[in-house]
Design a protein around this ligand. Structure first.
Ligand SMILES: [Zn+2]
Length: 281
């Protein structure tokens, strides 16, 4: 699936799609609570109230760059906090090639943050060693984010992610560290949205008068547009993540900006009193 924003093309590459089984990340989004938000159904939730979510990446093609935004979970990884994310064997690189984007054609990998499901395909296992999956690319990470994870490993699974998916590209000399409000190209500017992780960034795309927003994990699902305070279990600072959502959604609500989530599908944000709703694109 792809979208055109001026002269920028955004293409979604899905690694895993799910319906339900998302309570571990958004515990307040019970089936009953979700059914109270009928505007979510059927695009973002099922009739039964199960949330639709995905682990996905985006290729953002500008007139000058071919950028992979976030890199999912990856194959052959071990020690993940979600047991079913260990030892995956998904055709992610093949799917990218089929969409017209072979790995060697990617010139930039841009991670909104450095969590397990956004850095996995940074590397792949070759002869027992983790090597960069995109050897022609500069890997662009937030400086705040990188510095945090290079110094903190709250759990063994965080340490495993850093060891197999971040350290090898740093050691290969492929990483550029950017401030959280960095302008990457004429079309792409980062927006600081801390809270889910210390240096989390969302991505603002502008071209020929058209706009798009890749929220990353500033929100995990549109339920958090009505319930700004339903912070995810994975948020490092739940109050700050709620504040970042309010600021971000206020800015883009009631505009023609195409919004696409790190884990949910494309839509438009509408203000609804002091909160928001979301409509499928
Ligand atoms: Zn995520």
């Amino acid at each position: 699936m792809s979208w055109t924003v001026g002269r920028v093309k955004i293409t979604k590459i899905v690694e895993l799609a799910m319906e339900g089984g998302t309570r571990f990340i958004l515990p307040q989004a019970t089936y009953d609570a979700v059914q109270q938000m009928p505007w979510l159904i059927p695009a973002f939730a099922t009739e039964e109230g199960k949330l639709k979510m995905a682990v996905q990446s985006f290729v953002v093609e500008t007139p000058t760059r071919r950028i992979l935004v976030d890199t999912c979970i990856g194959n052959d990884k071990q020690g993940r906090n979600v047991p079913t994310w260990n030892n995956l064997h998904k055709p992610f690189l093949e799917d990218m090639a089929k969409a017209g984007y072979p790995a060697e054609s990617i010139d930039t990998v841009l991670c909104t943050h450095l969590h397990v499901d956004h850095v996995g395909w940074n590397t792949k296992l070759v002869d027992g060693k983790w090597v960069p999956s995109f050897p022609q690319a500069r890997y662009v990470f937030g400086k705040t984010e990188y510095e945090y994870w290079s110094q903190h490993a709250p759990t063994p699974s965080h340490a495993a992610v850093f060891e197999d998916s971040i350290k090898p590209v740093m050691e290969a000399g492929l990483v550029d560290l950017i401030p959280s409000d960095h302008k990457l190209t004429d079309e792409i500017t980062m927006i600081p949205t801390p809270g889910h992780s210390p240096g989390h960034m969302s991505i603002h795309i502008r071209s020929d008068g058209k706009e798009a927003l890749l929220t990353g994990d500033a929100a995990h699902h549109p339920v958090q547009m009505t319930h700004l305070d339903w912070s995810s279990n994975a948020d490092s600072d739940k109050a700050m993540s709620a504040k970042s959502r309010e600021t971000l959604f206020s800015r883009f609500a009631d505009t023609p900006t195409l919004v696409i989530g790190g884990h949910y599908d494309a839509g438009y944000i509408k203000r609804d009193g002091s909160v928001f709703k979301y409509y499928a694109a």
